[in-house]
Design a protein around this ligand. Structure first.
Ligand SMILES: NC(=O)c1ccc[n+]([C@@H]2O[C@H](COP(=O)([O-])OP(=O)(O)OC[C@H]3O[C@@H](n4cnc5c(N)ncnc54)[C@H](OP(=O)(O)O)[C@@H]3O)[C@@H](O)[C@H]2O)c1
Length: 332
């Protein structure tokens, strides 16, 4: 038995390539006192992974060269020296891009696979769901009747943001790439409108979809999309800056927002958010998202890819080209 793993061996320039990683077999790790071993079933592929590969100041330390690539994952405990985790428990945590991980239980959450399948616990009921929940409600602070715009609207975070905003009584407008994603966002998720930014008339179509202007923007993309939204924000609007995916593979520092003047003239509040800041409130998010999901008010979609850790570099890059449709997960 061996442990197939993906180690970062070179810092990518632009999009990560296969040559930036060593994909190889190592020994299956043995748990020491107080530890347990997880057989990983699903690895969460997140846009932030590209940032973790850079040697730059950020909210977490970069992945070191030679280290197993950092990743959230879900799996089953298969041997345990930790009384809090029993063999057979389903768990999620930062287990890395590999087949087996050893943990002492820190920041590992037990999940209920009777409530939702394992892969959903790294998706809409996991970190992306918590990001949507805390980012929209605590940072965006939407009020009934307000207009909320969310970019990357069909994705893991955006799809949950829009549905929570609908539950809170807002007019909800998504921005997504392509007619199929826009159709899904409106017809399946219940958004009021969705603008296909790839169709080439973003400003006009966003204006038509938001006749009263925009009160809350949940920003996942940045670049042209953020600029267009900025120009349509209402007085005292809030921008929850969650992600800037359009620039994650840039080789030069991307230009700043051209329409930053709107922050001044419309007295906007723009606040960045990192989900880990709400670590102590994760049980609240799990309970509320789980309840909405059970009631059928929160729909969640995964895009599960086969091929195991060997296809990690290519599958990860789907995120930056819009090749995923729903929460991107790698089956191990
Ligand atoms: N701050 C936090 O704590 C936190 C936590 C989790 C995620 N995030 C951020 O949330 C955002 C969404 O993450 P996710 O996991 O939910 O991914 P996702 O939305 O499921 O997938 C990424 C999507 O981004 C869109 N995209 C990629 N490149 C783009 C570009 N150049 N222009 C416009 N859209 C582009 C694509 O959708 P289209 O096909 O619609 O273009 C793609 O499907 C990311 O920015 C991520 O970094 C932040």
């Amino acid at each position: 038995m061996s442990n197939r793993m993906v180690r970062l061996v070179r810092r990518p320039r632009g999009m990560a390539t296969r040559a930036d990683f060593a994909i190889e077999d190592g020994p299956v790790p043995e748990p020491g006192p107080g530890e347990f071993r997880v057989k990983i079933a699903y690895i969460s592929l997140d846009p932030a992974m590209r940032g973790w590969m850079n040697d730059a100041k950020s909210y977490v330390a970069p992945v070191k060269l030679g280290e197993v690539m950092r990743a959230g994952a879900a799996g089953i405990v298969e041997t345990s020296n930790n009384p809090a985790f029993a063999v057979g428990d389903a768990v999620q945590g930062a287990f890395g891009v590999q087949q087996y991980a050893v943990s002492n239980g820190e920041r590992v959450i037990k999940v209920d696979t009777r409530q939702a399948p394992l892969e959903r616990w790294v998706g809409g009921l996991g970190m992306p769901g918590w990001t949507a929940y805390f980012g929209l409600l605590d940072v965006g602070q939407p009020k009934t009747g307000e207009t909320v715009v969310v970019s990357a609207a069909s994705g893991a975070v955006g799809s949950v943001v829009g549905q929570i905003a609908k539950i809170k009584g807002c007019r909800v407008v998504g921005i997504a790439g392509g007619s199929e994603k826009c159709r899904y966002v409106i017809q399946e998720l219940g958004f009021d409108a969705c603008v296909d930014y790839k169709a080439g008339h973003l400003a006009q179509e966003l204006k038509a979809a938001c006749p009263k202007g925009i009160d809350v923007n949940f920003e996942n993309v940045g670049g042209e999309i953020l600029d267009t939204v900025l120009s349509q924000m209402n007085v005292f609007g809030r921008i929850a800056l969650c992600g800037l995916i359009s620039g994650y593979n840039a080789t030069e520092v991307p230009a700043g927002p051209k329409n930053i003047r709107a922050v001044l003239t419309q007295r906007l509040r723009m606040q960045g958010l990192i989900v880990f800041d709400w670590a102590d409130r994760v049980p609240e998010a799990i309970a509320q998202l789980g309840q909405w999901h059970k009631e059928g008010r929160l729909k969640i979609r995964e895009d599960v890819r086969e091929g195991g850790v060997d296809v990690f570099p290519e599958v990860l890059n789907l995120l930056y080209t819009g090749g995923n449709f729903g929460k991107l997960v790698l089956k191990v």
